[in-house]
Design a protein around this ligand. Structure first.
Ligand SMILES: [Zn+2]
Length: 481
């Protein structure tokens, strides 16, 4: 959907991701969502006077890992500053963040949108502590400080998205990527990935307009909807001769509108100054080598490789790389000898159905939770390819693997589902059914093909579904001629 006006649109995103560290950024408290309120707190993250922060090295590693994956210039010296403001969920009345020397600058990221590959540049990526959480209930307000001091990475894009749809496409691809990197679970509903969007419009060639920022966007779809709404609103204001006010607005999903929350602060309002209790972080060469070594193939590149190397359709490749576990699993199955296209079809089809039935997802493939190891799926597909079993039996066997946690050969043997048993036996069964149904034989001889289905059905019943329907067809042809 193209812009409906003569205005040029500029959209930028600020994404916050909660890093998957065991503990918080400056203390040893557990970093965990969903625990009893105020159970993971200590004097440091509660901002008691006189306490000292100790930087969580794992958080720094994960931050640099993201910066490197996003093609940033990596800081040779990173610094922390105090960002001063008062809010009840901010225990110290300042937040330790990065301002002058963030860990990453000038990165970029490529994502699919509108049938092509687009590139968005990053202004910076910096590490900071998260605030606590306010809960407003029944006219009262509560503070939960479990989240206070958890590790938060902020990713700031340049205002270069031209369409709300691009912002949505980017966010989905970005989410998939941080999940692949193993740095964030990407759960937008629980707030471990949060996104604020800013947007301005202007007459073409005039550069950025006055921007508004939209908050409270807890899904990538809301980001798109809010931006579409906000663009229409700004157009109306400008067309009627009004001015856009720089402000922060909240997305109200129920009403599908943005509403003014507060006029926007400028950076100098926060009176940033260097955090005196944390020395600058100056990583050595070994640290940079370790970051370099930790890099993995990103989902977009992997998707392209799966289509090129294995002949998967873009849809199949997309489905499989959506979760790193599923992509690793798929490649393991192919490495064990399964046909790639068949494996992809099964993973998207029968396997997905079975996983859904037992409340697992493709993210569980290849893990201990999932009885269908790569070896078992490979064996199952092998038996299918060798005509030892046919499609319907293969699907039954698949269900049995999940139910009984056994190898497919064992199941097929125990159940007597092997259809390759004996062609001679099968021929005898077909002959017997033909003998019992002379009219059917006449009809088939007379050129009517329909009764063949009747015979196949009888044979399937007699063999409890194990016979290969194609074999039965050819035996009928052979016996009746
Ligand atoms: Zn603590």
């Amino acid at each position: 959907m193209a812009a409906s006006t003569s205005y040029e649109t500029f959209i930028g995103l600020e994404i916050h991701i909660q890093l998957l560290t065991e503990t918080k950024i400056f203390c040893g408290c557990k970093s965990k969502f969903g625990d009893k309120p105020n159970s993971n707190v200590c004097p440091v993250c509660l901002g008691y006077p006189g306490v000292l922060p100790a930087l969580n090295e794992h958080a720094v590693e994960l931050s640099y890992k993201v910066c490197r994956a996003m093609n940033c210039d990596l800081a040779k010296e990173g610094m922390f500053e105090r960002k001063n403001y008062f809010y009840p969920d901010l225990t110290k009345n300042y937040q330790i963040s990065q301002f002058e020397k963030p860990f990453g600058r000038n990165g970029y990221f490529e994502y699919e949108s509108g049938g092509g590959i687009k590139r968005i540049r990053f202004h910076e990526i910096h590490l900071e502590e998260d605030a606590g959480k306010m809960i407003h209930q029944g006219g009262r307000s509560f503070c939960d400080y479990n989240r206070a001091g958890t590790c938060l990475l902020e990713i700031v894009t340049e205002p270069e998205f031209k369409e709300p749809q691009e912002a949505e496409d980017f966010l989905q691809a970005f989410r998939r990527t941080v999940r692949h990197l193993g740095v964030c679970d990407g759960n937008m509903e629980e707030g471990s990935l949060r996104c604020d969007a800013n947007i301005s419009i202007n007459t073409p060639g005039a550069g950025l307009g006055v921007k508004t920022e939209v908050k409270n966007l807890n899904s990538s779809r809301f980001v798109k909807k809010a931006l579409q709404y906000e663009r229409r609103r700004q157009e109306k204001v400008l067309k009627s001769g009004g001015k856009i006010i720089q402000e922060t607005r909240l997305w109200d999903e129920d009403k599908s509108v943005t509403e003014s929350m507060r006029t926007k602060e400028e950076a100098h309002d926060y009176r940033y100054f260097p955090e005196p209790d944390l020395p600058p972080f100056r990583p050595d060469q070994a640290f940079f080598d370790m970051i370099e070594k930790s890099q993995i193939e990103l989902p977009l590149a992997r998707k392209q490789r799966l289509t090129e190397d294995y002949g998967l359709t873009p849809d199949q490749a997309d489905y499989i790389v959506e979760e790193k576990a599923a992509a690793d699993y798929f490649e393991a199955v192919v490495a064990l000898g399964a046909d790639a296209k068949t494996a992809a079809k099964w993973i998207m089809g029968n396997v997905a159905k079975e996983l859904n039935r037992i409340d697992l997802s493709k993210a569980d493939l290849g893990t201990e939770k999932c009885a269908l190891s790569a070896e078992r799926l490979t064996k199952l597909l092998g038996m299918l390819a060798d005509n030892k079993i046919h499609g319907k039996i293969a699907a039954q066997t698949l269900a049995a693997i999940f139910n009984e946690d056994k190898d497919p050969e064992v199941i097929v043997k125990e159940q007597g589902w092997d259809s390759s048993a004996d062609e001679g036996d099968l021929e005898k069964i077909v002959q017997q059914i033909l003998d019992e149904n002379p009219r059917v034989v006449e009809q088939i001889r007379g050129g009517d093909q329909k009764p063949r289905g009747f015979v196949v059905g009888k044979v399937m019943k007699a063999t409890q579904g194990t016979a290969n329907p194609q074999s039965v067809q050819s035996i009928i042809g052979k016996l009746i001629g």
